[in-house]
Write a protein that binds this ligand. Sequence first.
Ligand code: FMN
Ligand code: SF4
Ligand code: FES
Length: 571
Amino acid sequence: MDLRLLAAAPTDVERDAVDAFLGLPKDRDGDRIDQASGRVALGGHQMRAERHRLLPALHALRNARGWISEGGLAYVCERLTVPPAEAYGVATFYALLGLHERPNRVVHVCDDIMCARQSEATIIHLESDGVSVVRSPCLGGCSNPAATLEDAVGSTFASGSETPPVPQERDGLRLLCRIGVVDPTSIGDYEEHGGFSALRRARELGPEQVLAELERSNLRGRGGAAFPTAVKWRGVRAAAGAVKHVIANGDESEPGTFKDRVLMEADPFALVEGLLIAAEATGATKAWIYVRAEYPTAIERLGAAIAAIETAGWNDGLDIELRVGAGAYICGEETSLFASIEGQRGEPRQKPPFPTTSGLFGQPTAINNIETLVAVLDVIERGAKAFAAIGTKDSTGPKLFSVSGDVHRPGVYELPFGTPLGEFIALAGGAEGQIGAVLLGGAAGTFIGPDDLDFELSIEGANGVGAMLGSGAVMVFNDSTNFGTVVRRIAAFFRDESCGKCVPCRIGTVRQEEALIRLAEGTVIGSIESEVRLLADIDAVMTDASICGLGRTAASAVRSAIALELAGVIT
Ligand SMILES: Cc1cc2nc3c(=O)[nH]c(=O)nc-3n(C[C@H](O)[C@H](O)[C@H](O)COP(=O)(O)O)c2cc1C
Ligand code: SF4
Ligand code: FES
């Protein structure tokens, strides 16, 4: 590969930060670069092999200086043999990687759906103290608004919010039983609380029996699509290829969702144990955990848990790598996540081919949600029969729900599938005021009216009222809510997070937001009816023709809010 580099030079701080991550260059000042032409020549194979280190190298630059200068970017390009235009494309893809000089300390303040009411006061307070504020989408601290994230030069991010609460008694819980009970930094304490017994059993059973057990349990993925885990794992096991991957998807960026955060921060060893079982069952040769940068506590604890597990030898030689996102909701979509690890812009790919045969680096890959992997422990430890006895016929096992908004006890709850929504809200302390509507499944979800609270929280129950459980977000709004403000924030979220790869979503999310603003401001084009028809058209095009789930669900909340005639949306 013949590569034309940028002329700008890095500062010493930037060079040291990149070298600290990549190691000292073998041919420093060296032979690779032709000083006269500024070109660098390296083999294509070597270039491709290094590319996946691009995002962590950009993080190293960001941590060192707070932003990525042209000289810093040039140095990363030289070290990894990445064309500058491509590195620029990657750096500009992520909200948390800036390419312009910025103050040494910045605080990201969530002004998303659940924090919007408190965010203005928080911003005024911070700005009056001279702090630079950046508005942010959901930071996973929705139970305690407004959530914040510290971002200071010379350090990694620091969360402004505690691990969200688990207000339930732990007795009888399967997924949350260790939360707040076990020391998340101690492998010994984890073992004393039953840790690794599922892995031991999985190794006794062997891959075939683990898969059979999973099949009998009917465990379906908890990341939103509800795909049967056994089918996915079998697909990877059967796929041809010497290198196979398992990935834990900890990108959790759906507004209103913070259940995976609780698991990763308060029970990190359990996630790694679930991932090791996935690797055994699928025959994977490499394991990855991808966590959003906005969860620094989870990143720190998972890093320590991986190190302790490797030291203790539980990984049986399997390499487990922790990767950190950089502020992009779309990177939770599985194929975008692959692209992000590979050092490309986090844009989704067309499916098929499916990840089971062509996933990360084009190799067979099983990617699972964090909660799914923790649920696997319960299936293996207590057996498929006991697992399937919980919940309903098609939605087996326990399920985590993140509840926020106008309830007395927000937090993460574990419920058997099939629990009526109203019963769940009562468990969460009941609503503050009269319920106006509940947004189920986050920004990509559906509003449920106060007359539908008896429906069952299960995959089939949600389908029955035209909703999706999605990631298990339950956002409760009382009847004093201006739902127009809420849907406009949702529309702004999708407009901002659309990766722009396909036209229906790239244009549709902008047009949707514009129409909602015109309705709010009374500046309609034509009539209110024609604007509502336009919204329905945009909805149909995005839902039918978008490449990925982001575009396909970007109109869902708006559609349901209009159908329920929620206050403030149309008038
Ligand atoms: C826009 C978008 C964002 C997503 N974000 C996440 C996420 O943060 N975590 C997650 O587990 N799945 C997320 N998913 C679903 C993943 O693509 C994938 O289905 C899931 O990780 C598979 O795991 P599971 O089978 O255990 O549910 C997202 C999907 C879309 C379309
Ligand atoms: S639907 Fe949206 S997020 Fe998905 S690929 Fe298309 S533009 Fe990107
Ligand atoms: S942290 Fe603000 S909406 Fe989730």
